[in-house]
Design a protein around this ligand. Structure first.
Ligand SMILES: [Zn+2]
Ligand SMILES: [Zn+2]
Length: 164
């Protein structure tokens, strides 16, 4: 567990959240849907277990798109969350909305086939044309990695925890 909770929120402060559990490091996603969600060239995500993330204010307003739920501040529109559905175990949060985005380090670039040509990647992170898949050889080393499938669904790799 993290020694102190991660907190964050939207631009205007109408949505504030706190996460008690450790973030699952995520990827920089260059897909078109993330671009439009954020109005940015790419979006950096980190995941939290559903039970670890709580909203201290009104929750994000969610829009269903491509079988995912994308969350925005209902007042200012800041992009905040994405999840596979209401019962999804993991909720991804925009790392840039953290109060301290340095607490998590992204692990890969995904959907680089959609990367804008004027974004030049030189950080040395692994790059994936589309999603990280279950067949990734690095799965054993990093079972918490996840990404997008070629059908544009996020796909989670199982998180290895013992059942309670
Ligand atoms: Zn707001
Ligand atoms: Zn994306």
């Amino acid at each position: 567990m993290s020694p102190k909770p991660i907190s964050g929120g939207c631009l205007c402060g109408a949505v504030r959240y706190e996460a008690s559990g450790p973030p699952i490091p995520g990827s920089h996603c260059h897909c078109l849907d993330c671009r439009r969600h954020a109005g940015a060239p790419f979006v950096t995500w980190a995941g939290f277990r559903r039970g670890d993330l709580r909203f201290l204010t009104t929750p994000p307003r969610e829009i269903a798109w491509a079988c995912r739920l994308r969350g925005f501040c209902p007042q200012c529109g800041s992009p905040l969350t994405i999840r596979d559905g209401p019962d999804a175990e993991i909720v991804d949060v925009t790392v840039a909305s953290f109060d301290d985005p340095t607490v998590v380090t992204p692990v890969a670039h995904i959907w680089t086939e959609d990367r804008l040509p004027w974004i030049h990647l030189a950080d040395g992170l692994p790059q994936f044309p589309q999603a990280r898949s279950r067949e990734e050889p690095s799965r054993a080393a990093a079972p918490w990695l996840y990404g997008l499938t070629s059908t544009n669904f996020w796909m989670r790799l199982p998180v290895s925890t013992s059942p309670v």
